[in-house]
Design a protein around this ligand. Sequence first.
Ligand code: TTP
Ligand code: MG
Length: 388
Amino acid sequence: MSQRTIMHIDLDAFFVSVEQASNPELRGKPVVVGGKPDRRGVVATASYEARAFGLHSGMPLATALRLCPQAIFIEGNYQRYAEVSKKFMAILADFSPFLEPTGLDEAYLDATGFESLHGSIRQMALKIKQRVKDELGIVASVGIATCKVVAKAASDESKPDGLIEVPPGGESAFLAPLAIRKLPGVGKKTEQVLTGLGIRTIGQLARMPLPALKSRFGVFGDMLYRHANGTDDSPVTSPAEAKSISRETTFEEDTRDNVLLSATLRYLTERVGADLRELRKQAKCVSIKVRYADFTTITRQCTLPQLTDVDQTVFQTGNELLQKAVTADRRAIRLIGIGVSSLSEPGKQLSLMNSAEQRLERLNRATDRIRDKYGFTAIQTGRTIRLR
Ligand code: TTP
Ligand code: MG
């Protein structure tokens, strides 16, 4: 694999930072999100001021109060954190379409070849940090390396308000002095086992004979070995794309009314069509679902002669399938649904476009895909069913 440039971006003290951004009185103070200390429960996150007193995520609130009586304890607003997370990911998507969110406040970004756009990858990282600061009022830490595992270890190590760039070839030298729990993927259990073997640093782990790690940890040992040596081929993978789009509805009363059935199918088709176009996809296959009063369910599908994102075409095809089904079986119907699958990008005459245009097209489409994806998930209130 040719050399890559991977960034790991992680927000500092995320939940607390959101609170501090909207309430200046909390800034610069020991703050805990997780709840009032008179309740059972644990610290979700502590501000860096509170961490100075030994507070950390997962600590019982009562212990946190004992260690830091002056701390301000906040219940937290998880919906807000999800909203801020969406904005954060949208900022990152402006920088590269090759984006893999791995939590509310962290993501990998493949920045291979992006230095020319920003002067250097370091400049790119600084711009990301600045935009997150300006637009969200939150500090992001960034790690840059040739692979994911080292990039993540670097962003962790850089905190708070950090930026560490591990030069290509410097991976194992960077990791070697770090405690083994700093190796992404090493949890409490693995740490215990490794400590039992006398291994405390990632450097010591990297020098272990591979067979010894394999016999101890199985396939995981193999991964530990590679990661400890700063090698990790895993790609930055954008979230799975929709493979199909469908809508269905249950009637208030079971029905044989053909007009109602068709009208409902039309309505559902329009919802499906809107999603399809928002995703900038076209479909080759239309299917319907019919559930009878006794819950027996049938599906019928039809492959179109060509790709489409036109409601009319999808509806006509779906309605023909529906009409055949109701003619063949007169039972009352409880639910109908319509879906499209075999999705692809709208056809392009690639041969007529030069390769630079093609690359831009791909880049734009990939960006749209990520943006659509975030909007898509956000409005997924039981209206959209995505099958994987
Ligand atoms: P982290 O990124 O692990 O932690 P953090 O952002 O609070 O602090 P930093 O990255 O600077 O070390 O987790 C992100 C959010 O996830 C965190 O703000 C709160 C939540 N969280 C929990 O609710 N419980 C936990 O045990 C952890 C680790 C995080
Ligand atoms: Mg964080």
